[in-house]
Design a protein around this ligand. Structure first.
Ligand SMILES: NC(=O)c1ccc[n+]([C@@H]2O[C@H](COP(=O)([O-])OP(=O)(O)OC[C@H]3O[C@@H](n4cnc5c(N)ncnc54)[C@H](OP(=O)(O)O)[C@@H]3O)[C@@H](O)[C@H]2O)c1
Length: 329
């Protein structure tokens, strides 16, 4: 089968197309024919070794010193179950599914095997493969953090990075849970963020966010660019500041000070994913409460171009890859 491998950390040009063995499912695995996948911020960061300086060594020890140990990137997909292992009961051949491949990545290939208990679920009936492929990684992360906030009706939440992969889903999930949502994005993305349901939008290119007005119950920074001190002031006492990206040392120190001074709680780190949450998202999508924003759609052969675009840090929602010529819709 055809796969894209990342032999070493570096710019998009390090990626190479290779013919490799098609995987064979074990008894507890399903073999998935991939119809669509994505290039997201995680793929670009791993490929480019963009790790926070204080975590550089531990992350390289975990992922690989000079290049990723898991050579095939790609953390999510949509496709069809081609074969099931003999102990599989949850899926059958021909099931249309969407999935997160998590730390094993491997979705930038024509086929992948995943264990039955991985984050695999039946694809939402009202989504194309391309739309569904973009859901698992970022929407599961958004849901994980928003669940930490125990969101309920009327709560005020500010979502920083509302136009990005996590942000576009976070706005919709928070709205579906009854929150009053303010999204932070640039001028070009205001209409898009409003169309996802945001009640208010702050244009970060026009407003100095060191002077955020208002009082929020939760601030969810999906991209790690919010000014922590200002967020501390804008949060209610006992408010919650959540960060989907790792904090570097100066930010950790600032966060500790702000947390003490403003009596707020801070949550940051890696999101935990579950099949239950993936099925929750499927229901949300099928009830019309969540959709995928696709910025650009590339063919598999154009995946290096897709990485170059994601590297700009300005994608709107998602960059998806159609596995030509085997796409179904
Ligand atoms: N914690 C976890 O478990 C977990 C899970 C998944 C992902 N992540 C991480 O979460 C991060 C975000 O991922 P993502 O896919 O959401 O990112 P992304 O889509 O690549 O973010 C790009 C978006 O951020 C916006 N943006 C850039 N600078 C901004 C600013 N100063 N203020 C407001 N918006 C700004 C851009 O809009 P403009 O072009 O208009 O500036 C663009 O729409 C990544 O680092 C990813 O690795 C963490």
């Amino acid at each position: 089968m055809k796969a894209v491998v990342c032999p070493k950390y570096g710019p998009p040009e390090v990626l190479q197309f290779k013919e490799i063995e098609k995987p064979i499912p074990k008894d507890n695995e399903v073999l998935i024919k991939i119809f669509a996948t994505t290039v997201n911020a995680a793929d670009a960061r791993i490929r480019g070794a963009v790790f926070p300086s204080m975590f550089n060594i531990p992350v390289r020890l975990f992922l690989g010193i000079r290049g990723p140990r898991k050579k095939i990137l790609g953390v999510e997909l949509a496709g069809e179950i081609e074969t099931v292992g003999k102990n599989i009961s949850r899926f059958k051949e021909g099931d249309q599914i969407f999935a997160s491949t998590g730390a094993d990545m491997s979705a930038h290939a024509e086929y992948v095997c995943l264990p039955e208990n991985a984050e695999v679920a039946i694809k939402p009936t009202n989504m194309t493969y391309e739309e569904a492929a973009a859901v698992p990684h970022c929407a599961l992360a958004a849901l994980f953090f928003l669940n930490k906030g125990n969101i309920h009706n009327g709560q005020k939440i500010l979502i920083y990075g509302a136009s990005g992969g996590i942000g576009t889903f976070a706005v919709q999930i928070a709205k579906s849970l009854g929150a009053e949502v303010t999204g932070v994005c640039s001028t070009a993305n205001i209409q898009m963020v409003k169309s996802l349901g945001a009640d208010n939008v702050i244009d970060y290119t026009k407003k100095d966010l060191n002077q955020i007005n208002g009082t929020y119950d939760i601030i969810f920074d999906t991209i790690g660019k919010s000014p922590i001190s200002a967020c501390g002031r804008a949060l209610n006492k006992n408010g919650l500041y959540m960060l989907a990206v790792h904090m570097d040392l100066p930010r950790i120190i600032e966060g500790m000070k702000v947390s003490r001074k403003n009596k707020i709680k801070i949550i940051a780190g890696v999101a935990a994913y579950s099949v239950e949450n993936l099925n929750y998202l499927k229901d949300l999508i099928e009830s019309g409460k969540m959709k995928t924003v696709i910025d650009k759609n590339y063919t598999f052969e154009q995946i290096i171009e897709a990485h170059e675009y994601v590297d700009t840090g300005h994608k709107k929602g998602h960059v998806v890859i159609t596995m030509n010529p085997i796409t179904k819709s």
